[in-house]
Write a protein that binds this ligand. Structure first.
Ligand code: FMN
Length: 339
């Protein structure tokens, strides 16, 4: 039976119109793997600095490599030098990434100060030179991640529209657009009206929205209302791979099952910790895992107590004992849908 295709990114065909966004510091192999387990069809890895991963000895590190059995998976690169970006793209495809995504969106001061990421939106020629170089260097689908301008000034808005139009002309297969300006960073509400306007102006282009995707049903409604081709799930998927299961159910017209109970949360948290601990020193793994604990604890009816115990745990054993103590299950009411 032929599968239904809901989203096409060049030759990549996805059966649902949403996937895991790149989230620096989060979307490592464990997070991508959990997303996939709960129904995410495609994920983009943490952003990588092109000039680093263009060096074979850096790219050889496990954290820059695609994981086992995780295709399709995308690599996102950051940089402003066309030749370096092309070299990085080629190297990433050679180690197994299926899609290359160019970051012209990051608002972090240390990135913007160097003229990379979101700062590139001030310079359409620079963006297009990079996109052309990356496009010409690989056969796989190429995407670009944008914001809706550096700010709302007329000049910044002109630059944004010019970049969108010329990116399509140079053969970029999809644009993921975050509905905030670089200056807004993460403040306020994402502006999906502009995203809808982009799709109306360029109906043949693949336009994927980003911003405030936290509620599964509201996000599918937004997709239908705006006429976009798809959307990405970003912060809404942190410690919450179940969002992909819910999105799939809604998209396919099925009932959303109850949220995870404490036993399922316990099992995922322990497995997540175990995967994070593989390849990291214990204290590093515990520090890194804390931000996921904060996310998982949102579903617990005694969230504050859970955090008090788990955030002060210093060793892996203490974290595991804390999870065992708070997620034993029997005494707590169902946590279904409580997030
Ligand atoms: C901690 C954090 C890290 C992020 N890292 C990246 C990144 O590496 N690459 C990228 O394209 N976007 C990155 N983003 C932006 C998200 O992919 C997404 O566009 C943004 O969070 C808006 O979506 P949301 O409101 O649904 O979270 C990051 C966002 C956050 C909060």
């Amino acid at each position: 039976m032929s599968k239904t295709v809901s989203l096409r990114i060049g030759t990549l065909e996805l059966e649902v119109p949403f996937f895991q966004a790149s989230l620096s510091g989060y979307t490592d192999y464990p997070m991508r793997m959990f997303a996939r387990r709960y129904g995410c069809p495609f994920a983009i890895a943490d952003v990588m600095l092109a000039k680093s991963v263009a060096r074979p000895e850096v790219l050889a590190k496990a954290c820059f490599q695609p994981g086992e059995n995780e295709h399709p998976v995308g690599a996102q690169i950051l940089g402003k030098t066309p030749a370096m970006m092309a070299r990085a793209a080629k190297s990433l495809v050679a180690v197994g990434y299926d899609v290359v995504d160019v970051n012209c969106a990051c608002p972090a001061p240390k990135v913007v100060r160097r003229g990379r990421g979101g700062a590139m939106l001030n310079d359409p020629d620079a963006v297009i030179d990079v996109l052309k170089a990356v496009r010409d260097s690989v056969q796989c689908p190429v995407m670009v991640k944008l914001r809706i301008g550096t700010d709302y000034s007329p000049c910044a808005q002109d630059n944004f529209w010019e970049i969108v139009s010329r990116a399509i002309d140079v053969g970029i297969n999809a644009m993921v657009i975050h509905g905030r300006t670089v200056s807004e960073r993460y403040r306020g509400k994402a502006n999906w009206d502009i995203l809808a306007a982009v799709k109306r102006r360029f109906p043949a282009a693949t336009i994927i929205g980003s911003g405030d995707v936290f509620d599964a049903r509201a996000s599918i409604d937004l997709l239908k209302r705006t006429g976009l081709d798809g959307f990405v799930v970003a912060r809404g998927a942190i410690s919450n791979p179940w969002i992909f299961r819910d999105l799939r159910c809604i998209w396919e017209g099925r009932e959303i099952p109850p949220g995870p109970d404490l036993a399922e949360l316990r099992s995922i948290m322990l497995e997540h910790l175990d995967r994070v601990a593989t390849g990291h020193a214990e204290h590093q793994a515990i520090g890194y895992f804390r931000k996921f604990i904060v996310g998982y604890a949102k579903r617990h009816p005694k969230r504050k107590h859970v955090l008090q115990t788990l955030l002060k745990a210093k060793t892996r054993k203490e974290v595991e004992e804390g999870i065992d103590a708070w997620y034993a299950g029997e005494d707590w009411p169902s946590v279904a849908g409580s997030r």
